[in-house]
Design a protein. Sequence first.
Length: 476
Amino acid sequence: EKTAKFRDDFLWGSASAAYQVEGAWDKDGKGESVWDVYTRIPGTTFKETDGKVAVDHYHRYKEDVALMAEMGLKAYRFSIAWTRIYPDGKTELNEAGLQFYEQLIDELIAHNITPVVTLYHWDLPQHLQDLYGGWESREIIEDFNRYCVTLFKRFGDKVKHWVSLNEQNIFMTLGYVTAMHPPAVKSHKRMLQANHIANVANATVIESFKQYVPDGMIGPSFAYGPVYPYSCDPQDILSAENAEDLNNYWWLDVYCKGEYPTFAFKYYERLGIAPVIEEGDLELLARAKPDFIGINYYQTGTVASNPIDGVGPSEVMNNTGKKGTAKENGLPGVFKNVKNPNLETTNWDWAIDPTGLRVGLRRLTSRYNLPILITENGLGEFDQLEENDVVNDSHRIDYLSAHVLACKEAVTDGVDLLGYCTWSFTDLLSWLNGYQKRYGFVYVDREENDEKELRRIKKNSFYWYQNVIESNGEDL
Ligand code: GCO
């Protein structure tokens, strides 16, 4: 056959994160996370939105799982809120928090939906931030490992698919370089050090996992934006190499090969900001390999050369649509992000590029030769609820269908693709962009500061994906 088919056990899924859907921010013993606290600071989020109620998935999970079952979803990726399990991040275990996730997992399994559990989707216990600066202290390695081992022991017999850190590149860059996420620091040096500690924590947890859930699979979810050179000018090509190393391989090489990419490390060394690596770290990183690479794919990046240090329209690509100059972001001279004239963009200015997904899947396969799980892909839109409860999200259908087709082509090319999770199942809270930016198959009737009744309404894309799943990706 000319075109390969998706594997029979392909995980047709959809994803969410605790803070973005659950609400119930202080229920049943939950502690405060850095996001509960950060969103109280005026001006940090669109129209001061927060996740206090979100889409109330905490109370409506049965209704949501019933919709997933109706759709025929094979996998649901969700995250566990550390603060429900250990309210202060380290000492007392909160049984009520474990029970919530136990019920959710059981509900999914009862409906033949494979749970894919993310251990960390950005909602760090505030207490650990206050106590020792969160990811900036090596103390977090032990606390994070304790929390994860608790989950492996409790759920490891039922849950076989785990995601360790979600988008470490994003929460580090936005948390410590652009200061748009908590703890809103602007220091590239501190980012690189905290990031190294997160790498060690990630590897520690992967090692624990092999011990407690030897028949399971674990991997990180990385926000992957493959990079293109703007032109065939060798200077642009060199800039694209720089950007790949600094934006992608800086994380992926550590996860998959246990080492930092050579150029990027030298570059940071020359700037005097390379991370301090302790004895034993590199051995651990080399030992603790993930079973798969999880990628969250939204867009590619295009870069041109930037001969003048820190001057000009250089931007660090991030996952939010906001931008900063190269100088502000501390990466002078190595590349500048430019608009790709061949690609259309979303309403939040993200380049729409299904071919880039195929390119990226092939690059990762050639470089690391690991199975890949697409842990997120989707389109944020201003969806409109029309008369008779119709939401005609044809843009989303077009977007997703082109990306699933790119996956199929990548499988034909030889990529070992385990599954494809869209972002997201229901509409949910965008960290910085509020409730207006909708991603779901299921519309949730609420606005920024108006919870309404949080009614669930199936969008047209719901029926489209139902059909895709039913045909195992043949009918797009
Ligand atoms: C947003 C973002 C998020 C991320 C997700 C990353 O608008 O807030 O799109 O929803 O995609 O949380 O893992």
